[in-house]
Design a protein around this ligand. Sequence first.
Ligand code: SME
Length: 150
Amino acid sequence: MSLSLLKPEIETILSSEETVDSKLENICHVLKQNVKHYDWVGFYFKNGDKPELKLKTYAGKPTDHIIIPFGKGICGQVAVSNENFLVEDVSAQDNYIACSIDVKSEIVIPLFVNGENIGQIDIDSNTANAFTQEDKNFLVWLNAEVAKLY
Ligand code: SME
């Protein structure tokens, strides 16, 4: 499906009366349910003043990686680089934290509030080379909308 078709549903969630945490949880579930190549969807945020990320909410299989130090794995690298990171083949990455042996590709998009990288959306796919510019553009839009909650 075209990812743009999900935008109204995302907007409805974001403008609802629910808490920020349940909005983020609902977004994870909507993305995982509606996009075939999204097998795990989660939001990590900077953990207070510590140089690490903490998993806030996700849809998909449970992961052991609730805390990720800055610089470690794809997520930790994005916390430091402030850049989008599309990984076509996770097995080709040296600095990668495996959450499941099924995962083949990954995309991580930082979330900026007033220019500060406060967290990220992380999506895993069990399909190799699953992510395109369309995913990137959609997730950049999504994070800009989520940033308005903060
Ligand atoms: N693969 C990520 C770790 C998070 S899991 O995908 C949920 C990484 O390398 O940072």
